[in-house]
Design a protein around this ligand. Structure first.
Ligand code: ATP
Ligand code: MG
Length: 203
């Protein structure tokens, strides 16, 4: 047997083993229901990942609702796309801008409550296959929204409904309630070396 042949032979054996492991894991996952996902951490990629899931869901003609809690004045590309090309998607934006711009706690709380009322309806509506709560973690962190009530609504959502929660600082209570938690780690970000936020990449 040549070197190349024995390499191929070893590769085939390793892949067979790997396949057996993967097949066993697939076999063991026998629960079919909606999934709650938390995307948190200080790195870039939380909201864009959530919108990636929106696209996945739309690929299957699923019904999707997106509620955005902190929103700058600039609409980002994914929001423009949904507005212009996906009339079937329910999109609600808090629209007050960043808290450090509004500097108005009472006004922000009022808007957060109004936005939550929309989210709560979606989370109780079994026609929605996927609900995105973008940047809601800040509303909890600032205590603009009662954490207990948010957790309860996520817990009590329709059995088949999936929900994606994004934002930095998603705490332990939220982590407990959801099924999947991913922390996006900030290793390096272009902005820190003076590169401007880029259309189509950052917004
Ligand atoms: P994205 O929307 O690109 O997926 P994100 O949702 O993970 O990012 P946010 O905290 O919501 O991150 O911030 C959104 C904006 O801030 C984006 O323009 C993103 O590039 C930028 N950003 C994210 N993380 C960092 C960071 N660590 N340093 C500087 N800018 C960041
Ligand atoms: Mg985000």
């Amino acid at each position: 047997m040549t070197d190349e042949q024995s390499k191929n032979e070893r590769h085939k054996k390793a892949m067979e083993k790997q396949k057996a492991k993967v097949d066993a894991r697939i076999e063991a996952a026998d629960t079919e229901r909606g999934v709650a996902v938390l995307l948190t951490g200080n790195g870039k990629g939380k909201s864009s990942s959530a919108f990636g899931m929106v696209m996945r869901a739309l690929g299957y003609d699923h019904t999707v609702g997106v509620v955005q809690f902190i929103k700058g004045e600039q609409l980002s590309g994914e929001e423009l796309y949904l507005k212009n090309h996906c009339p079937q998607v329910t999109l609600y934006q808090m629209g007050t801008g960043f808290t450090w711009n509004t500097q108005d706690r009472t006004g922000d709380i009022r808007e957060a409550e109004k936005t939550w009322a929309v989210a709560e309806k979606l989370l109780a509506d079994d026609r929605y296959d996927l609900v995105v709560l973008d940047e809601i973690t800040y509303m909890i962190a600032y205590k603009y929204l009662d954490e207990g009530k948010v957790l309860q609504a996520i817990k009590n959502r329709p059995f088949e409904q999936s929900v994606v929660v994004t934002g930095r600082g998603g705490g332990s209570a939220l982590q407990e309630v959801v099924d999947t938690v991913s922390e996006v780690k900030d290793i390096k970000h272009a902005f820190k070396s003076g590169i401007k936020a880029r259309k189509g990449v950052d917004f």
